[in-house]
Design a protein around this ligand. Structure first.
Ligand code: MTE
Length: 324
């Protein structure tokens, strides 16, 4: 693997909550001091400050709300720098520190997403009509890559379930399929056939309706940088990271299981389900442990990435060694 010295992230310092403040706020909340604000106060204040400057108070409220969201962990978040400089985005580069350097032609706005298939509200939606700014939430999720590294990421986005419900799939729809932008001008890695382009992914509809699945538009309190999948990506925290398709331009609802990029490329190595499972090894390496970026020692990988209480029921009766 090629390792180069990472350059500074493209995120402007002024765009983000300084990390020490972010961490201090998390500690403040863990100590319970934040509870004086109360949940009712949190609900009545807009959390849509992602793109506009927000007051310190509003940011506290944002954090408080984050702590209450399903799946949010209290583990310390990975630094913004690591999250934005150690990436997998093959349409930009196949090295981990490459994507951040290949973003100059990428235009995340304006951006629309085409919705089609077995759905009652098909159409072409501006990204900010699909994701309502006043519904943005911050959730701190573990992010486990199939290559056995992991991070803890404060994502900002909305429940995929809410978007799916608004789009209103027809009763015959059993799956949801996603597609990344196909444009080698903007995504120069598409000039090389390392995968079949565009990148495609999918979920069973009941997985998509699980409250943990998110459509993400931000990280910490800035919009997603291109290398993290601007302007809109999927996050499914109990699955390996390759399910988390970036820079989505198409969503469709289908009756048949849709093709997925890594499964199409190496079906023996990457399944459709891709649930984090320390008991099912990748044919070329163990999945029992992972290296949290920023840590020295490896840690044990948890079944469903630690989200079993919320998601194990989706797979009752399935043999997860076969449906991997
Ligand atoms: N989406 C697209 N379109 N192209 C990719 O190469 N890589 C996947 C996923 N989404 C990928 C993608 C993989 S393998 C992982 S681990 C995550 O993105 C990495 O997300 P991150 O770079 O934000 O950590």
């Amino acid at each position: 693997m090629l390792i180069r010295t990472p350059a500074t992230s493209q995120a402007k310092e002024s765009d983000v909550t300084p990390e020490h403040l972010f961490r201090a706020r998390r500690r403040f909340l863990q100590l319970g001091a934040g509870s004086a604000l109360g949940w009712a106060a949190a609900s009545s204040l807009a959390v849509g400050g992602l793109l506009a400057p927000v007051s310190a108070k509003a940011r506290e409220v944002e954090m408080l709300k984050a702590a209450k969201w399903p799946g949010s962990t209290d583990e310390p978040p990975t630094t913004l720098k690591d999250i934005t400089t150690y990436n997998n985005f093959y349409e930009l580069s196949t090295s981990k520190d490459g994507p951040q350097h290949e973003t100059e032609n990428f235009k995340p706005a304006p951006w629309s997403v085409e919705v089609s298939g077995l759905v009652n509200n098909p159409g072409t939606y501006d990204v900010w009509d699909l994701v309502k700014k006043d519904q943005l939430e911050q959730r701190i999720y573990r992010h486990r890559c199939v290559e056995a590294w992991s991070m803890v990421v404060p994502w900002v986005g909305v429940s995929l379930a809410d978007v799916v419900k608004r789009l209103d799939p027809q009763t015959s729809a059993k799956y949801i399929a996603f597609e990344t932008l196909l444009d080698p001008e903007q995504l120069p890695g598409q000039n090389r056939q390392v995968l079949q382009w565009p990148y495609v992914e999918g979920l069973r509809l009941d997985e998509a309706l699980n409250p943990l699945a998110m459509l993400v538009v931000g990280v910490y309190d800035q919009t997603l940088p291109p290398q993290n999948g601007a302007p809109i990506r999927l996050v499914v925290p109990w699955k390996y990271g390759f399910k988390a398709i970036k820079s989505i331009v198409r969503i469709s609802f289908t009756e048949e299981e849709p093709p997925t990029s890594w499964n199409r490329s190496a079906p023996r190595e990457y399944g459709f389900y891709a649930n984090v499972n320390p008991g099912v090894n990748h044919p070329r390496w163990s999945q029992a442990k992972e290296r949290r970026i920023g840590d020295f020692l490896r840690r044990k990988t948890e079944m469903f990435n630690g989200y079993g209480d919320e998601v194990a029921g989706l797979y009752t009766g399935m043999d997860l060694t076969r449906s991997f």
